[in-house]
Design a protein around this ligand. Structure first.
Ligand code: SAH
Length: 256
C-alpha cells in the first residue's frame, strides 16, 4: 500500500534533485544583469524604467495586500533592490533573492545609504523553496519570469514558498505583435528606454500561459492588471490593457 505522505516526500526529493541537476538559470541573462549592476540605482540610467514604474507597482501591491506593513515578503529576482527596498520602507519584512551576485552586492551596499533592512541572498527560487516552504505572506516576482529558461518552475516554487491564503504577484511581458513593437522595437531601438537585447521576444509570456502554470501549481488567479506606457506624455498607467506589460496576482488556498 502506498503511503500518501511518503509518495509526496519522494516526489519532493525527485524534484529537488532535478532542480539541482538542471538549474533554472540562463548564464547569458546573469552576465547581462551583472554588467548592468553598477547602474542599478541610477534613476536616469539604463534601468530608469524600473524606477519609473516602481511607485505604481508598489501602490498596486500595497492595495491588493491590504497594506504591506508587517507582512513577510519574498522578492524573487530582486536585482539591486528597487522594489524590495520600497516594500521594506512600507513596513514589510522583506527577503530578496537573485542569482546575479553583483546585483545582490549593489543591493546590500545601497541599504547603508537608504537605512532599510532587506535580507538579501544569492539563491534560486527552487532552492529556496526546499529550504523555506510555506513561510511568506506575500511573494513578488516582477519582470523576472521572461529571463529564465523554465518560468513555470518559478511559479511552482512560489506555490511552495507561500503561506496558506498568501498572495503571489507576477509581472511580465505579453507575447504578441503589439508587445513586440512596444517592448522591443519601441523601448530598445526607437526610444532607447532600455539597453538593446534586454528582452528576447520568444521568452515573453501570454496571460493564458502564466495563468495555466499558476493553476497547475495549485494557486488561483485573482487579478490581472495591465501596465501601459504613453510615449507622448512619457507616463505609465495601470489599467485593463494587458497587451504589453501586465501583473497577475494569485492566491494560495487557505488551510481547511
Ligand atoms: N524584479 C526586479 C528586477 C528585474 S530584472 C525589478 O522588477 O525591479 C530581472 C532580475 O532577474 C535580475 O536581477 C536578474 O539577475 C534576475 N534573474 C535572472 N535569472 C534569475 C534566476 N534564475 N534566479 C534568480 N534571479 C534571476
Amino acid at each position: 500500500m502506498i503511503n500518501v505522505s511518503n509518495a509526496r516526500l519522494q516526489e519532493n526529493i525527485k524534484e529537488g534533485l532535478q532542480f539541482m541537476a538542471i538549474p533554472n538559470i540562463d548564464p547569458a541573462e546573469i552576465a547581462k544583469f551583472s554588467e548592468l549592476s553598477a547602474h542599478w540605482w541610477d534613476t536616469q540610467g539604463e534601468l530608469k524604467s524600473l524606477h519609473d514604474i516602481n511607485p505604481l507597482r508598489l501602490g498596486y501591491i500595497n492595495e491588493k495586500t491590504n497594506k504591506l506593513a508587517g507582512k513577510t515578503v519574498l522578492d524573487i529576482g530582486c536585482g539591486g533592490g528597487i522594489l524590495a527596498e520600497s516594500m521594506a520602507r512600507m513596513g514589510a519584512h522583506v527577503t530578496g533573492i537573485d542569482m546575479t551576485e553583483a546585483a545582490i552586492q549593489v543591493a546590500k551596499l545601497h541599504q547603508y545609504e537608504s537605512g532599510t533592512s532587506v535580507d538579501y541572498l544569492i539563491t534560486t527560487a527552487e532552492q529556496f523553496a526546499l529550504e523555506r516552504p510555506g513561510q511568506f505572506d506575500v511573494i513578488t516576482c516582477l519582470e523576472m519570469l521572461e529571463h529564465v529558461p523554465h518560468p513555470e518552475s518559478i511559479v511552482k516554487s512560489t506555490a511552495r514558498l507561500i503561506k496558506p491564503g498568501g498572495q503571489v504577484f507576477f509581472s511580465t511581458l505579453n507575447r504578441n505583435i503589439k508587445s513586440y513593437l512596444f517592448a522591443i522595437v519601441g523601448a530598445e531601438y526607437i526610444l532607447k528606454m532600455i539597453p538593446k537585447n534586454t528582452h528576447d521576444f520568444a521568452k515573453f509570456i501570454r496571460p493564458s500561459e502564466l495563468s495555466e502554470w499558476i493553476r497547475q501549481s495549485g494557486l488561483t488567479v485573482k487579478d490581472i492588471t495591465g501596465l501601459t506606457y504613453n510615449p507622448f506624455t512619457k507616463e505609465y498607467a495601470l489599467g485593463s490593457d494587458v497587451a504589453v506589460n501586465y501583473f497577475m496576482m494569485a492566491q494560495s488556498p487557505t488551510c481547511s
